[in-house]
Design a protein around this ligand. Structure first.
Ligand SMILES: NC(=O)c1ccc[n+]([C@@H]2O[C@H](COP(=O)([O-])OP(=O)(O)OC[C@H]3O[C@@H](n4cnc5c(N)ncnc54)[C@H](OP(=O)(O)O)[C@@H]3O)[C@@H](O)[C@H]2O)c1
Length: 264
């Protein structure tokens, strides 16, 4: 059996950098997202650069049966998945009432239900093997004040943080750890894909971090069994302040720093 790390949302941004970060440390990687051409290019580049085995499988995580298809792909190829990185994600643009119920459901599936399904499918072998690492790429939005756009995004990330905590309570004794990686603003395709790049342009430069840096801190922490990671000092301070500063002050600061996101 070959041992692999499976990364969702591997075709760009944080997920792509997590693949590099793991491959650099000698892990074989399986990449998944919807765009097969990008997965092929990235996996060829990674296997050439780091000399590890790579595989890729394209599917849409907003479809209910996609987690099972990913699991079957790994199973039929004898890829023993020791590390599961649930990273794929986007957020819906617009104010809440403008998005259809179907759009909300698809987004919930990508950010939430598919994470639960993939974890359930892969954790069973991790339990048998007495080892495993799970990462859920969450967000500082899990701690932040409610926003005027992407209304469901913060609550879903909070849910994922709690889910990750629950995995730790249940499986640490079986050699399995779960890490919630909570980045702040990261320079990726996320804001364009989520239709809010204009609203986010005003965010000051010192708050914008590279995907490579986020991935490195995340992978290092996950391999060390850290339960929650807020990468970079800047965002650690912000999350600390969110927890101690009265919400009305934070609401005001948010509306100044990211007016499109927090003003309605
Ligand atoms: N960028 C930020 O500021 C930021 C901050 C905090 C947290 N995050 C979180 O970081 C994670 C990665 O986002 P990113 O910033 O790296 O954005 P990104 O560059 O847009 O990457 C998102 C990845 O998710 C995949 N994806 C999107 N919808 C999918 C679907 N329906 N099925 C399967 N894969 C899908 C995309 O690939 P395809 O298009 O090929 O499917 C892509 O590989 C997300 O969970 C996001 O919530 C981002």
């Amino acid at each position: 059996m070959k041992q692999f790390a499976l990364i969702t949302g591997a075709s760009s941004g944080i997920g792509e950098q997590i693949c590099h970060s793991l491959a650099k440390r000698g892990f074989n990687v399986i990449l998944t997202s919807r765009t097969e051409s990008k997965l092929k290019t990235i996996s060829e580049k990674i296997s050439f650069k780091y000399g590890v085995k790579t595989a890729y499988f394209s599917c849409d995580l907003s479809k209910k049966n996609s987690p099972k298809k990913i699991f079957n792909f790994c199973d039929s190829n004898n890829y023993d998945v020791d590390i599961l990185v649930n990273n794929a994600g986007y957020a819906l643009p617009n104010t809440f009432e403008k998005n259809s119920v179907e759009d909300e459901e698809n987004c919930i599936r990508v950010l939430g239900t598919s994470v639960i399904s993939l974890t359930k499918l892969f954790v069973r072998d991790m339990i048998k093997n007495n080892r495993g690492k799970i990462m859920i790429v969450s967000s500082v939005a899990a701690f932040a004040p409610p926003a005027a756009i992407q209304v469901m995004y913060g609550p879903l990330k909070t849910f994922m943080n709690r889910f990750s905590e629950a995995l730790n309570i249940n499986y640490n004794s079986k050699g399995i750890t779960s890490t919630a990686l909570c980045p702040g603003y990261t320079i990726t395709n996320f804001h364009t894909a989520s239709g809010v790049q204009d609203e986010m342009d005003s965010v000051p430069k010192f708050l914008k971090k590279s995907a490579k840096r986020i991935a490195e801190e995340g992978v290092e922490g996950m391999l060390n069994g850290k339960k929650i990671i807020v990468p970079t000092k800047t965002w650690k301070i912000i999350v600390f302040l969110i927890k101690i500063v009265p919400q009305f002050i934070f609401d005001f600061l948010s509306s100044v720093l990211a007016p499109g996101r927090y003003n309605n």
